[in-house]
Design a protein around this ligand. Structure first.
Ligand SMILES: CC(C)(COP(=O)(O)OP(=O)(O)OC[C@H]1O[C@@H](n2cnc3c(N)ncnc32)[C@H](O)[C@@H]1OP(=O)(O)O)[C@@H](O)C(=O)NCCC(=O)NCCS
Length: 154
């Protein structure tokens, strides 16, 4: 298994996996593929024989004076056939590395993410990789789930 930056050729893979993986939370099939083309958003694909997951990290200023930056895990998803084999954890660790690498250019202080309160698998993964809940009510997903905000210092 290896990671590579997503290219335009991965648009269909990202769209199809986003449609399946995030269906309980809302309609992300067009939003996530569009994000892959946004400057400042870094998308990585995990490849075994074929693409089997992706992770997307955006970078945002943390204050109006633009003195520091936080990374935001915009999406992480593993294809159904590849789940439960450690792929999600490896993708998450790769996202942490991507955010840490950006510290050579910017004062990137933490990695943040948003997750549904009912998403037990993802919550377990994030908690065991050092993420803490920073906001217990970050609004609701279109699917009605409560959104939690989590963060992990870098
Ligand atoms: C969340 C997701 C990325 C995890 O990927 P994965 O490859 O299945 O995860 P891993 O195999 O690395 O397992 C991660 C942990 O979850 C645990 N886990 C698996 N199924 C679980 C379940 N039903 N409930 C709770 N924990 C579960 C695993 O045991 C593992 O923990 P462990 O190492 O302590 O045993 C994947 O399930 C997915 O794509 N889900 C749909 C999209 C999604 O919800 N993304 C997150 C939105 S913020």
């Amino acid at each position: 298994m290896h990671f590579r930056p997503a290219s335009a050729a991965d648009t269909t893979f990202v769209r199809e996996l986003s449609t399946e993986a995030f269906a309980p939370f809302g309609d992300y099939r067009d939003l996530l593929p569009r994000w892959t083309a946004v400057p400042g958003v870094s998308t990585w694909v995990a490849v075994e024989r074929a693409p089997c997951g992706f992770v997307m990290v955006g970078f945002y200023f943390g204050d109006p004076g633009r003195t520091w930056v936080y990374a935001d895990l915009l999406a992480i998803a593993v294809s159904p056939a590849c789940r439960g084999r450690g792929m999600g954890r490896r993708l998450l660790r790769h996202a942490v590395e991507v955010a840490q690498t950006a510290r050579t250019s910017f004062d990137v202080r933490e990695l943040r993410l948003t997750v549904a309160d009912s998403n037990e698998r993802a919550l377990h993964l994030f908690a065991t990789e050092g993420f803490l809940v920073s906001e217990e009510n970050h609004g609701r997903y279109d699917g009605g789930q409560l959104a939690l905000r989590m963060h992990r210092p870098l």
